[in-house]
Design a protein around this ligand. Structure first.
Ligand SMILES: [Mn+2]
Length: 480
């Protein structure tokens, strides 16, 4: 069996590290998204149990210490697959149970508690149940809108749960002139201030107008909760994302409870305080799960002891994640299929989340001849909880017979390829032939490939796409 990790690469050096800034955390500082995926060997498997060093247990809470849990990016309701969706909720429940067991006095959830502002009601019910459990134990919860559960007019599940008295909502404030004055919450005299996220990083202008003087005048220890990537610390996989420079943050907070960046990070920033991103609790997409294979996700238990901050990372309990990477390069479809089937037949997948990624260019045959669905079935028969297929980059030499001029734009290339295919076809309905047919195909694919907008419900999204498709079809009908 192979034993080399697909994340086997050298650390390329952390960004934005200077003498004034001390980065405390080593294990996840590697910029794993830059890892070359096409290592020499054709297949690798990786399981988190082989890599992660279990963090030290949280010490008992001392007299006079205030202890809180800091979670972010739970993304409840993410995943269409029922098993993954359930595992995501379970990870959140586990994080809450552990926070209670560790004696947290309060809990901060720094955005994206839910994956959408209007989630599946079964998911909302599970979360509400857990929050009620905290309420009964007298553990206060402070929640900030994230970019996923944000609603501009407060029509989010977050507002429903807040209305039910299950938690305090952070992020309140108002503009006075061109200054944004944030309204502090507090826990036993500790001010907790939140700056909510809006969609697509729109909160940057809020940072630019933030009345930092008023915040800096608040007594310490104090906590600043936010849901934004910080330019100086952002991981490479977010290099094109909207982010906020450190200089826009108020100074002098003991703790800066971050969310939004799905990767764990701790930084002691001189003049500011301790910035922490706990990462997600389970993840919302396959990239998250792949990183969870390397190290279990989790949250922080933070102690405030006579003004000092002590951090303890607590992993959540999730099933083992196995990454299996196969390269098709130079192989025939049937040969590749046999290789995969052989692996699946001999694998031990019991109780695991299996992430099967196939990539590369087949020398002969077509990707569908590999019959990945059958491979998946075998993996499930062998006891996997779920088998996630990632076949996006599997291609075939046979399929790539189209000549592409790479100096052209994406749209031009698309038009040419569609035009070429349509010109070879012959339909009874003349509207589908020739230039007219190609135009129709291009318009239709444009309408169909629209993505769901943030804060658009599935229903609204479907109606919008159907509406646009109908318009295209109607105008094609009209031209006949
Ligand atoms: Mn998130």
């Amino acid at each position: 069996m192979p034993s080399k990790s697909i994340f086997d690469f050298s650390n390329s050096g952390d960004a934005a590290k200077n003498e004034e800034t001390k980065e405390k955390k080593a294990p996840r500082e590697k910029h794993k998204r830059e890892a070359p995926r096409s290592a020499a060997a054709h297949k690798h498997e990786i399981s988190k149990s082989k890599i992660a060093q279990p963090p030290a247990p949280v010490p008992p809470k001392k007299e006079g210490t205030i202890r809180f849990a800091h979670l972010a990016d739970c993304h409840l309701g993410a995943f269409r697959d029922d098993t993954l969706r359930e595992l995501n909720i379970k990870a959140f429940e586990n994080a809450i149970d552990k926070s209670v067991a560790e004696g947290a006095d309060f809990i901060i959830i720094a955005g994206d508690l839910f994956h959408t502002n209007v989630p599946d009601m079964r998911v909302a019910e599970r979360c509400a149940r857990k929050l009620r459990h905290l309420k009964e134990k007298g553990i206060e919860v402070f929640v900030l809108y994230g970019s996923h559960d944000y609603s501009p007019n407060e029509k989010s599940i977050i507002d429903v749960l807040k209305g039910a008295g299950l938690f305090n909502k952070l992020g309140g404030g108002e503009y006075v002139g061109d200054k944004l004055k944030l309204k502090p919450s507090e826990f036993r005299g500790i001010p907790i201030i939140g700056l909510l996220a809006r969609t697509s990083g729109l909160e940057k202008s809020d940072y630019e107008h933030l009345d930092t003087e008023a915040l800096e005048a608040l007594p310490n220890p104090k906590i600043f909760v936010y849901h934004s990537a910080i330019a100086e610390y952002r991981p490479s996989f977010l290099k094109d994302a909207e982010c906020v420079p450190l200089s826009l943050f108020p100074k002098g907070f003991a703790y800066y409870a971050g969310g939004h960046v799905h990767e764990r990070r701790e930084v002691d920033e001189r003049g500011y305080g301790t910035f922490v991103f706990p990462g997600h609790t389970f993840g919302a997409d396959f990239r998250d799960l792949e990183s969870d294979a390397e190290e279990a996700p989790g949250f922080y238990i933070v102690d405030i002891e006579s003004g000092a901050i002590n951090l303890h990372f607590v992993p959540v309990e999730i099933p083992e994640i196995m990454l299996a990477d196969f390269k098709a390069d130079g192989k025939g479809a049937l040969e590749f299929k046999e290789e995969l089937q052989h692996w699946a037949n001999g694998g031990n997948f019991a109780g695991k989340i299996v992430m099967l990624r196939v990539a590369g260019k087949l020398a002969s045959g077509k990707p569908n001849e590999v019959e990945l669905e059958k491979i998946r079935e075998t993996v499930l028969e062998k006891g996997a909880l779920v088998c996630v297929l990632n076949r996006g980059s599997l291609s075939s030499a046979e399929r790539l017979a189209v000549q592409i001029d790479t100096s052209k734009s994406k749209d031009e290339i698309e038009r040419e390829i569609i035009g070429e295919f349509v010109s070879k076809a012959s339909f009874k309905d003349d509207a589908l032939n020739g230039k007219k047919g190609a135009e129709l195909a291009i318009s239709l694919s444009g309408a169909l490939k629209q993505e769901q907008r943030a804060n658009e419900t599935k229903d609204t999204y479907h109606r919008r796409v159907f509406g646009d498709v109908r318009k295209v079809m109607d105008s094609a009908e009209g031209q006949k």
